[in-house]
Design a protein around this ligand. Structure first.
Ligand code: NAP
Length: 336
């Protein structure tokens, strides 16, 4: 495997690979090695015989990163993908919501090299799903991305493997945990700025907090769901988007007094032969399922053709869930 990104999810994936080394072989008959790792600042590594993941995890903690490692290569990420000789690309680099790059190029390069793809990065699926899927299909390669929307909670696998010939008509969900957390803090009496700071202190917020509070992350997830589950062809720019940054403490408290709660709701729906997406703060009755979804938890309800409405709640996910989604994609790939 060629691993792009060695941040929190890349490192957690490596911990799982170390823990499950024998299990992977017994479940799939395959032996997995990481032969290349790319980062933005810690250095890039290639070793065709396999890198020592325990050592990499230790080095990731150090200031010098991989810069003193004997397998250090001075090539950029795209060249590293070409040089890696890997069978599988695992794309876990930083999300760019405005265009999905450079991850989109990383995946296209890997497909050109005949590599299978697993990504937790929603950018490429929000911006280029149709193009990437077509290319993967033409080459008989797989493009897997379970962790892009609800971490490891199976949404795409549920539809692909269990809901055969059952069209997804639409969906509603709370998909951005940061805004859900901030709204909860405002309900407990903190004004918007204080609640945002609280979320930052818990490390819940993207480096650019607008990505969360103005609904961009939610719009990217909505675009991914529309593209994949509803066969749409949209980008995050096509989603009708309103964040929570305009909400005041008074509004949130007034809703609470009326037995209602504000939630940032993502929706995908069909109308007049078109497919549309919307992200907006909505006032919901406390009796609704969405109001039982608190803090960093998420929920998605799929409206389906033959199975009515199916809802899945992901309770307080941590980084293991994201890494598990990538690991489960890997097992599916190795078994297929
Ligand atoms: N964290 C989660 O729970 C979660 C959940 C679902 C999806 N995701 C998605 O998974 C991806 C990774 O998340 P994360 O939390 O692991 O992020 P992270 O901790 O910020 O790590 C990102 C990694 O990508 C590297 N990187 C950035 N630009 C790169 C480039 N051009 N070439 C090679 N490497 C590059 C960074 O290098 P440096 O180490 O040098 O900075 C870092 O190692 C993101 O797209 C995120 O949206 C994350």
């Amino acid at each position: 495997m060629c691993l792009i990104g060695f941040g929190s999810s890349g490192q957690e994936l490596c911990r799982i690979l170390l823990e499950r080394k024998e299990r992977i072989t017994s479940l799939t008959g395959n032996k997995v090695e990481v032969v290349a790792v790319a980062t933005k600042s810690r250095g890039n590594l290639v070793d065709h015989s396999g890198l020592d993941l325990k050592e990499l995890l230790k080095l990731a903690e150090s200031k010098s990163g991989f810069h003193d490692h004997p397998s250090l290569v001075r090539i950029d990420t795209v060249d590293l993908i070409k040089e890696s000789g890997a069978d599988v690309l695992i794309e876990l680099s930083t999300l760019s919501i405005k265009d999905g790059q450079p991850a989109l190029t990383h995946i296209e390069t890997a497909l050109d090299q005949g590599m299978q793809i697993i990504t937790a990065n929603k950018g490429p699926i929000a911006w280029g799903y149709k193009r990437l899927k077509e290319k993967a299909d033409q080459k008989g390669l797989q493009l897997l991305f379970e962790s892009t929307v609800l971490d490891g909670t199976p949404v795409f696998n549920l539809v692909k493997r269990a809901l055969l010939d059952c069209r997804v008509e639409g969906f509603r969900g709370i998909l951005n945990s940061t805004t859900n957390y901030i709204l909860g803090k405002m309900e407990s009496g903190l004004p918007y700025e204080g609640a945002l700071q609280h979320a930052k202190d818990q490390d819940f917020v993207e480096a650019d907090s607008d990505l969360d509070t103005k609904g961009w992350d939610a719009a990217a997830k909505t675009a991914v769901l529309i593209n994949v589950l509803m066969d749409g062809n949209v980008t995050p720019m096509d989603i009708d988007r309103e964040g929570i940054d305009g909400l005041t403490l008074d509004q949130v408290q007034a809703a609470l007094k009326a037995n209602k709660r504000y939630k940032l709701v993502c929706e995908g729906y069909r109308k007049d032969n078109g497919i549309y997406g919307r992200v907006s703060p909505q006032v919901l009755d406390v009796a609704e399922l969405f109001c039982a979804v608190n803090a960093s938890s998420s929920v998605i309800c799929l409206q389906t053709e033959m199975m009515g409405e199916i809802c899945i709640v992901e309770n307080n996910p941590e980084i293991r869930q994201t890494a598990y989604g990538v690991y489960s994609d890997l097992l599916h790939l190795l078994n297929s």
